[in-house]
Design a protein around this ligand. Structure first.
Ligand code: OGA
Ligand code: NI
Length: 363
């Protein structure tokens, strides 16, 4: 058909451009270093994904901040956490026990990795899911409608931490140390969340929610045309829970009641969010919200470190469905049972953007 010809040509052009970009092995940072003034067309986001209905500014549209050592009773803390997980699926925690200097060093380590000598960095560039440590730009480069203005270093740090010699010199030691701290905090949060569900303190841990940790060190270079692309497309997290460390630049937003609500940087705080798997096993009591990151308008790169409690790298035969204690005749299971491997395969195949992968598992 004649009319489809231009589309085909555009598609070929796009796939050639994607391949050429991937082969540079220097990511978005490489484009910025080369001094480009306009973003290449592969980064142009569909305009509908760039709209920003702003919330009426009121405390109703502020994600909660919870002090983990606030001096109240355990019960009041459990209530606050449960409330936040139910209404927002997103909250910030302060006094979480991870020392400030560990947070700072972690962010600096990720920055150093991305800003180091290009030749060393290229050695880690890979799209092989079997690699223990992977540096790449846009894990979904070849399947998403538009690339994001972001590069990422990723590594599974639990249950089998990588050997120190396999890790980048710039941030390897910190990856191990930081993930130990995140694991400790995660265990506490899963205890509090279990109690908030009216279950035994160890219920979520006993379901293997804390078995595995994936750490992603994101690097969002300054963008010359930040209104035309995104740092990270709207998505839902494929995890039970995510703990995010962001720097002072900002740009993270959550979609709440049809509004994009900013998650403002709070010095020393960590952002915690419910992932799809926790929404599934709690039968929608806790919610996994869509979120995105705007392209960086600052003159300095933005760094964030996301840690995902999930277990899909190793096939886990365990089957997950709504927790029996949480369902009843009046509140029947909303989801089919699935393995995490199965969920992850569907999630990754679908790619970021659009609707939640959870819909596919609805009864
Ligand atoms: C993620 C994520 C947010 C950020 O990695 O899933 O939502 O601020 N990151 O980098
Ligand atoms: Ni996310």
């Amino acid at each position: 058909m004649e009319s489809s010809l231009p589309i085909t040509v555009a598609a070929i052009n796009r796939s050639t451009q994607l391949k050429a970009f991937d082969e540079t092995k220097t990511g978005v940072k490489g484009l910025v270093d080369a001094g480009i003034a306009e973003i290449p067309s592969i980064f142009r986001a569909p305009p509908a994904t760039l709209t920003s209905p702003k919330p009426p500014s009121s405390s109703e549209f502020t994600i909660p901040t919870i002090d983990l050592k606030g001096g109240g009773t355990r019960r009041s803390l459990v209530e606050k956490i449960g409330d936040a997980a139910e209404k927002w699926g997103f909250f910030q925690v302060i006094n979480h026990g991870i020392p400030m200097d560990v947070l700072e060093k972690k962010k600096e380590g990720i920055r150093e990795f991305h800003e180091q000598d290009t030749q060393v960095k290229k050695g880690f560039y890979s799209r092989d899911p079997a690699s223990k440590v992977v540096y790449s730009s846009n894990f979904d480069l070849f399947s998403s409608p538009a690339a994001n203005w972001r590069d990422t270093l990723g590594c599974y740090t639990a249950p089998d931490p990588p050997r120190p010699e396999d890790l980048p010199a710039a941030c390897g030691e910190m990856m191990i140390e930081y993930s130990k701290e995140v694991m400790k905090l995660g265990k506490l949060l899963f205890e509090l969340l279990s109690e908030a569900l009216g279950l035994n303190t160890s219920h979520l841990k006993d379901m293997d929610c804390t078995n595995s940790l994936l750490l992603l060190g994101h690097y969002y270079p300054p963008c010359p045309q930040p209104d035309l692309t995104l740092g990270l497309t709207k998505h839902f997290d494929n995890s039970f829970l995510t703990i995010l460390l962001q720097d002072h630049i900002g740009g993270l937003q959550v979609l709440h009641d049809q509004y994009w609500v900013d998650v403002p940087p709070v010095p020393g705080a960590l952002v915690v969010n419910v992932g799809d798997l926790l929404q599934l096993i709690t039968n929608d009591k806790f919610i996994s919200l869509g979120h995105r990151v705007l392209a960086n308008r600052a003159t300095r790169a933005r760094v964030s470190v996301a840690c995902f409690f999930t277990t899909h790298v190793k096939p886990n035969p365990r089957v997950y469905g709504p927790i029996k204690e949480l369902v009843s005749e009046e509140n029947p299971p909303k989801y089919r049972e699935t393995t995490i491997t199965n969920y992850a395969t569907y999630f990754n195949g679908k790619g970021l953007g659009g609707t939640s992968a959870l819909l596919h598992f609805k009864v």
